[in-house]
Design a protein around this ligand. Structure first.
Ligand SMILES: [Zn+2]
Length: 344
């Protein structure tokens, strides 16, 4: 009997999809007076999309900085552990073996990441402390400047030209020593270049898009994509910055980004970094949303790829474009799993 497309998607999703950038911890923190948020607010969408592993980011919003940076970050991690403890469906994973154990027990594996090292201040010892708490991937900056370096701006030029600070270089070296992935999403072009020179292990870009389709310095150039490929890393394709215009912010354009990365560095270099945040955006007051749009950019959410329950739409589209089972498995999970196995 011929397998239907939906049956084929079931089979391709059986191992669980890996999405290496999700701003879960911000929301757990903001809802810290409630219990069971992970199960009530997130699990249904994760299950509908067959999510297997998530990179969940520590991120501290501007309004808490600088004084509250460390405190909020620790509270975010505390909320994660408290939430995970209340259910059998999740596990915080610090090693690749723990990811495999979680998957074998049908749990969603959560890997703690950090988007911007503001919580560290300029104290390298704190990186070690966060490592002990489970931190396994670090992006030095968000769009703003901090003690480590500067982020790329949401324009086609004009990011700060300075690279990493001494502290930023120390953080990079210590990450390589400890076995923390270095994430080049958001870093400015000069910082990107310096991190490449300083390191030798695989580098990742957890959530970004090709400047070919959306030319801003927050996204990555073809040259940068090639470097990630040469280093055996992965580019996670972002679902919220696929185009400058709302009309072309479509699932098809998301696939164009995937195909573009593959065209440059092959099937082994591309993964998923959805960065789904419409739910966060919608919780913001109108005034804050307008400010964010002015400071960064107005996000254009893809209507049929705005949350994890939509993952099947992506797989259906990959099938439609003629990708083989082996290729689809690499994009949805295999490539991230390879790097995680190598690094953790
Ligand atoms: Zn981001």
């Amino acid at each position: 009997m011929k397998e239907s497309i939906e049956e084929r998607i079931d089979r391709l999703h059986a191992g669980g999809i890996v999405d290496f950038h999700f701003d879960l911890l911000i929301d757990l923190y903001e809802k810290r007076d409630r219990q069971g948020v992970l199960v009530s607010h997130f699990l249904p969408e994760f299950e509908a999309g067959d999510i297997g592993v998530l990179g969940v980011a520590i991120y501290v919003e501007d309004r808490y900085l600088p004084e509250m940076g460390l405190r909020v970050a620790l509270d975010q991690v505390a909320r994660l552990y408290a939430e995970v403890e209340q259910t059998k469906r999740f596990a915080v994973c610090k090693t690749f073996a723990e990811i495999e154990q979680a998957r074998a027990a049908n749990k969603i594996g959560l890997v703690i990441t950090m988007e911007g090292v503001e919580p560290l201040g300029d104290d390298l010892n704190l990186l070690r402390a966060f490592y002990e708490l489970g931190l396994r991937s670090v992006g030095l900056t968000h769009a703003r400047r901090n003690a480590a370096g500067s982020g790329g701006i949401f324009k086609s030029s004009g990011s700060p030209h300075d690279g990493l600070t001494n502290f930023g270089r120390d953080v990079v070296r210590e990450c390589e020593r400890l076995g923390i992935l270095i994430d080049l999403a958001h870093i400015n072009p000069k910082g990107f270049e310096e991190i490449v020179e300083l390191t030798s292990k695989p580098l990742i870009v957890s959530h970004s898009n090709a400047r070919k389709f959306y030319d801003i310095e927050r996204n990555i150039s073809d040259e940068q994509i090639k470097i990630i490929g040469q280093r055996g890393g992965v580019v996670g394709v972002n679902a919220i910055l696929v185009s400058r215009d709302a009309e072309t912010s479509t699932l098809d354009r998301y696939l164009d980004h995937i195909e573009h990365v593959i065209g440059l560095i092959g099937i082994d270099g591309v993964g998923i970094g959805f960065d789904f945040c419409e739910y966060l955006f919608e919780q913001l007051p109108e005034k804050v949303r307008t400010e964010l749009a002015a400071k960064l950019t107005a996000p254009h959410f893809i209507s049929d790829l705005t949350n994890h329950s939509h993952a099947r739409n992506l797989t259906r589209k990959l099938i439609k474009r003629g990708f083989s089972d082996e290729q689809i498995e690499k994009i949805l999970q295999g490539n991230w799993m390879r790097v995680l196995k190598q690094m953790l």
